[in-house]
Structure formats: C-alpha cells, structure tokens
Write a protein that binds this ligand. Sequence first.
Ligand code: NAP
Length: 463
Amino acid sequence: MKRIVLTGFRGTGKTEIGKILSSRLNAAFIDTDELIETRTGRSIPDIFHYEGEERFRSIEREIIASLPEKDAIVSTGGGVVCDPKNMEHLRRESSVVLLVAGIDTIEQRLLRKPRPPLTGLPLHEEIAEMLDRRRQNYYASSDFCVDTSATSPPEAAEQIIALLQNGVPGKHQRTTALEFFKTGRLPPVPLKKLTDILTAPDGNLRTRIMGVAGYPCAHSRSPNLFNALFDYYQINYHYTLFEDPELEEIMDIARAIDAKGLSVTIPFKKDVIAYLDEIDEHAAQEIGAVNTVVFACGTAIGYNTDWLGVRKPLVLMKGARAVLLGAGGVAAGAAYALTDLGMEVTILNRTPQKAKILAERFGSMWGAWDEFDRIKPDLVVNATPLGMQPDTRNPLRADQLDKDMTVFDLVYTPPETPLIEAARAKGCTVITGIEMFIEQAREQFYLFFGIDVPAEKVRELVL
Ligand code: NAP
C-alpha cells in the first residue's frame, strides 16, 4: 500500500479518521504531533511556550523527513503544509488527502476539545484568519479533498477509501474524458499514455491528471518539465496537453476528470477568468490574465505567475527605462512586473490602441512600433510571438540595438531567437525566454504542489 497522508486545519478530523483508516486498511497510524511530543518529552503547547514556534517547526521538519514511506496513514499538524520541504517529503510516494470543514463546525469541535491558541484573536476569528492565511498551501497539499463538516469520521474514512479506489468522486468519469482527448488534436504518444492511465483498473487510478490548456500548445515545454519533476519528486501525477479550440470543452473535461490544475496559454489567458471562482487579487486581478488554475475542494482559483517570471531576472534593473513590445496577455504581466520594479515603461504595439489601453492601466507611456528609436531604452522586453518557431522574424532591426541595452526576449522556442542572436552580436546583455519559463514554472509548481523546486533543477530539465 502507498502511504496516505492527511492534511488540514485542526478540528477537521485528521486523527480520528486516520485511526479508522489505519484499522480498515491494516496499516500503521502515525500522528506527527504525537511523535514530536514523544521525541521531545514535552507537550506541543510547552514547546511553543518555552522554545518558540521556530524550534517547533524545526523538530516537525525532522520528524516529517524521517517518516516511513510505505504502509502508513500519517496525520499531520495543521501548519505542516506551509513548509515546502515538508511537502516534498510528505508527497513522496503518497496520496495526500486534505480534510476541510466549515468554520462553525471547526469552532464547535475545538470548543469541545480545546487546543492552544495560534493568535490572540477570539476563536471564530482565529479560525477564519488562519484558514485564509493557509488556504493556498492547503489546496496545494491536496490530491483529494474530503469535507468532514456533515459526515461522521467512519463515513469520511469510507469516502477516502472509495475516492482512492475510483480516482475521482464518480466511478466512470475518467474514461468518458478519453472521448474528448480522442477527438482532440493530441499527438499520439501522450494520448497512448493518457489512455493507459485513465483506463487503468488498479491503483493507477490514483494518478491525478493535469496539463496545459491552449490552442495550439503542442510546442509547450511544460509536459516534459512537469512529468520529469513528478518522477524526481515521486508524485503520482501525469501532465498532458489540453489542446482544443474551445475553452469551454477544456474546462468541462478538466472538471470532469477532477484535474489538479491547468497551466493556461495562448489564446485563453483572459477568457479563462470567466470560468473561475476566484482570481488571485495580487496579480491576476491587476494583470487581467491567468496562466495558472488550481482546482481544489470544488473551487477553481486563477493565478498569474508570468509576471514573476519576468520580474525575477530583472531585479537588478530597478528604475530602468524600458520598452515593452506587445500588449497581449504576457505583456500585461510584464508591464505589471516592470512597473513593480519602478521602471519608466513605454509599451509599443502593432495595434497602438491596445498599447494605450494597457499603458493606462499601469500608468505607462505608449506608442506605435516605429517610435522605438526616439526612446533609447536601457531594457527591451519582447512580449510578442515574433521569432517563435516557425516564425523567424525579428521584432527589431539590428541597427536599433545598442551594446548598452539589455534585451529580454520572452519567446523561448527556440531559446536562441533571431532577436537574441542579433542582440548577442551587438554585445547587448541578453536574457532568454527560458529564464522567464523557469521562474514562472517554479511558481506554478509551488501553487500546485507546495514544493519549492530549485531553479537549477528546472534549468537542468528544460535545457
Ligand atoms: P497574445 O495575447 O496573443 O499577444 C500577442 C501580442 O503580440 C499582441 O500585442 C500582438 O499585437 C502582438 N503581435 C502578434 N503578432 C504580431 C506580429 N506579427 N507583429 C507584431 N506584433 C504582433 O500572446 P501572449 O499570450 O501575450 O504571448 C506572447 C508571447 O509570449 C508568446 O508568443 C510566447 O512566445 C511568449 N511567452 C513566453 C513565456 C515564457 O515562459 N518565456 C510564457 C508565455 C508566453 P496586436 O495587439 O496588434 O494583435
């Protein structure tokens, strides 16, 4: 048996349900909080009181790292999900089940069995505050989600067993999803693999599916990268292409097969927002484009990690004079990142009216393509598809480049675009689209799984 890990806030039933699962499945039961108390000879409130939360978290991390990897039901402390190293260990060879419950239910349970406070707030507010703070991490921890508000612990345990046997909350949905993939435009190799997974009669049903939604998206490097990361971290997922001209079809199927999440690419980054329950207020609302959808516990939440992928390689260029070429979805994220770095930004676009609309949102300047020469920028960011295979056009002429410029081409197929080649030849500092790809993919992986992949690991896998 693979390991089953239970995550969730205090009062969601992890210990009780874990014990029932342990006897139903004839597997050892491990409660990480109990292990911490046994190993230290102190109660958890005492560790917090005398040694502080940092010390507690460090002992917890050691315990999590030393857990057996097989034949066990593991119940975890409520804050365990916030540490990416813990998630790396807990996810290995495991199915992680997130237990959730409504705030009132949790409050009632905690009133019956009090635990030490986590904040100075009244109990109801504390629960709301902590759930809100940790929600992203809880959702990232979840392979499967069970709401224990209105179920007894034995019923919840049965639900978990059924879920792990069926792979989704309904018996036949995964195989009907295949019909979509068969009529879609998937290349034959991923389809064969997907068929094997979706129709597997045994434990493979636990394999969760996710992928990139776009049209076209066969050029995407995400399937290779994500599948290699799944092997590396030993997590039971398969990443494929959701390639179809109809976004509605993609979203229906993603929900029907209980997909873990989607990376979203051309042309759906704006349209996908209409299909989501929430979008992340920090970036997606400001940018108006979503490139990451996390499905968890019946909700679909949209994020934008593109802007972080643009921002990270440019952190040393704060305050620079920048020209941004393009005014589409990725350009919106780039404009947000450049503005966030305090740059003086001018957006130039083939359709100047679109540059104007984007510039007004971020307080930037704007213009038509041919205004480039008067600006003399320190930084040029290409956010158009020009130069993306099989297109070999260069958005700028060689004589428009200057050796003091930094040129960041967001196109990453091929890594050496015509613009990058011309900029190298001129002696400019160059940043390839791979750098953006690496950073936005790391952020996505964190949102999907709560694991912090080192940049070097992603680089090794994509190059
Ligand atoms: P988009 O929303 O379709 O926007 C494309 C932009 O490029 C628009 O401003 C469009 O101008 C302009 N454009 C298109 N064709 C053009 C042409 N022939 N000449 C001049 N301008 C042209 O696309 P997007 O989602 O923003 O993606 C843009 C590029 O970013 C992609 O092609 C991809 O290579 C790159 N990208 C990189 C990463 C990474 O991780 N490195 C991730 C995602 C995307 P109009 O307004 O006039 O139509």
